[in-house]
Design a protein around this ligand. Sequence first.
Ligand code: GLU
Length: 256
Amino acid sequence: MRLVIKVGTSTLAHSTGKLNIRRVEELCKVISDLKNAGHEIALVSSGAIGMGVGKLNLSSRPQDMPTKQAAAAVGQCELMYVYDKLFSGYNHTVAQILITGEDIENSSRRSHFVNTMERLIELGALPVINENDTVATDEISVGDNDTLAAIVATNIGAELLVLLSDIDGLYSADPKKDCSAILLNVVEKIDDNIRALAGGAGSSLGTGGMATKISAAKICMDSGVDMVIANGSGPQILYEIMQGRGRFTLFKGKKQ
Ligand code: GLU
């Protein structure tokens, strides 16, 4: 199966912005194992700004553009250093790809991106994709990695996109406020009811939240790609998703 896995900052880093070592080690191990089993995988990884915050010892996520971009420049290095080290331990080679919204909108740049992705997958490498935060201003940025991951998944003909987050999936109500909230196992269609279940932005270090995940689901479903939201706190969930069982929400792609 060809799949795209997206990990959010809340999965990769502690709230301090420092790396969650145990979790990232587990994540790299499971992804390596799935690759060894023959799955074609691309990883969309957030965490550049969050880790830059940790490395530069900033007290919180910066609000102004230059500091955000500086934090991303520092954090992206750290991120790739960690992935390179951990995946190398399992004999897998990582490749860094940084893109912006402009690269997707421009058809020739988009086809270069897709061709490079295809070749990397053919060569057995693991593409690790993030937005090029140091140049992506508001006008040209995709803005969040849930949407970026959906764009990647639909462009490379993936069958499945998995968004690993700090929540098990989409609930019938906010589970932090309502203890009767139940996890939705399958969503067949994005309508106003589903959109209403998504609140605002998520963690203090990342960008997304449920709203960006629902719009990512819409992009995937319209292109016939399945999408899953699952809790990244236990990366072993990836095995369960591949077997089609476990605690997560599946958004079913429209069958063409
Ligand atoms: N590109 C941002 C980063 O690496 C993350 C965007 C997002 O959290 O969606 O920090």
